[in-house]
Design a protein around this ligand. Structure first.
Ligand SMILES: Nc1ncnc2c1ncn2[C@@H]1O[C@H](COP(=O)(O)OP(=O)(O)O)[C@@H](O)[C@H]1O
Ligand SMILES: [Mg+2]
Length: 288
């Protein structure tokens, strides 16, 4: 198969691993920087060019789109979709997953738990909103936050008005979310490939921190998921239209609560911690 990995940097762990496994399986594999690709449309002729060469020969794409480049990445994936070239992540699923509100909206009718979450632009009744999400402390999250940047724990009324006003004046969209105290700074990352969870880890925030992201100093260990956690992860990935996904969940008194579904989950932390060859699972899925 002619496989194209769309990535900004050949040296990134996930890119390298996918490239390695694709080559090991005997595929003709290339990595191109999606920010250096050109999209050309004319009547019945959607094409992608890279270095002056058409990428029509490609048979499947593996997008690894960075969070700062979602718009360009999704536009490029769409251009491959117009040529009926299969993609590991569709443009629609990527856009949905990159917006925390859209993601929770896509899950709200499914049989999966989530922290109670509020979204508005109309703050005439801030106290009511805060009461609705369980009072203080509560969480404010920018819609496109990643790696814990743009996720805040709000402790009191003064802090709430400062942070809400700062976001409104910077025109930054955010959700207001119930703080799940009993998860005690831990969360679960379940890595879904196809209709299976192939690896899972529990991440614990460092002392004095509520965000368990490894990029915020969190530490992680391999765990076995319960049946309901496994089912929740799979249902969430499916509802998002993702065949490869990193589902983040909190453990709570009322069962697993989904925080977000990542469309381009990193392989480094989870492969090293669980010793699972996730890249190989992804390649097997693409082949099937
Ligand atoms: N509602 C919440 N209650 C308790 N902890 C939370 C809540 N939301 C987020 N967290 C913590 O903050 C981390 C980052 O939040 P998340 O929604 O996954 O955003 P990001 O995309 O930045 O990783 C989570 O992994 C979790 O540890
Ligand atoms: Mg997360």
């Amino acid at each position: 198969m002619n496989i194209l990995i769309l990535s900004r940097n050949k040296q990134l762990y996930s890119t390298k691993r996918l490239f390695e496994e694709a080559n090991k399986a005997g595929h003709n594999t290339a990595i191109v920087d999606y920010m250096h690709c050109n999209i050309i449309n004319e009547k019945k002729n959607p094409v992608v060019y890279y270095n002056g060469q058409s990428l029509r020969y490609v048979e499947t794409i593996i997008p690894r789109i960075g969070s700062t480049f979602t718009f360009y990445g999704a536009a490029l994936i769409r251009q491959f979709e117009m040529q009926n070239i299969p993609t590991m992540v569709t443009s629609q699923a990527l856009l949905k997953a990159r917006d925390k509100l859209h993601c929770l909206q896509a899950l709200t009718c499914e049989d999966v738990g989530m922290p109670k979450t509020y979204f508005t632009h109309y703050f005439y009744n801030t106290d009511e909103i805060i009461t609705a999400v369980g009072g203080y402390p509560f969480v404010i999250k920018q819609l496109e936050s990643t790696q814990g940047h743009g996720v805040f724990l709000v402790k009191d009324r003064k802090h709430a008005s400062e942070i809400i006003n700062a976001h409104l004046s910077a025109n930054k969209k955010f959700i207001i979310q119930e703080f799940v105290t009993e998860s005690k700074g831990a969360d679960i990352r379940a890595f879904v490939v196809g209709n299976k969870v192939v690896a899972a880890m529990k991440r614990q925030a460092k002392n004095g921190e509520f965000r368990s992201n490894l990029h915020q100093g969190g530490t992680a260990q391999k765990i076995e998921l319960t049946t309901i956690e496994t089912e929740t992860a799979i249902k969430s990935a499916q509802a998002m239209g993702l065949s490869v996904a990193g589902v983040d969940m909190l453990q709570s008194k009322r069962g697993p609560l989904v925080l977000e579904v990542n469309a381009s989950p990193g392989l480094e932390g989870i492969e090293k911690i669980t010793k699972v060859n996730i890249a190989e699972h992804i390649l097997k899925l693409l082949e099937s």
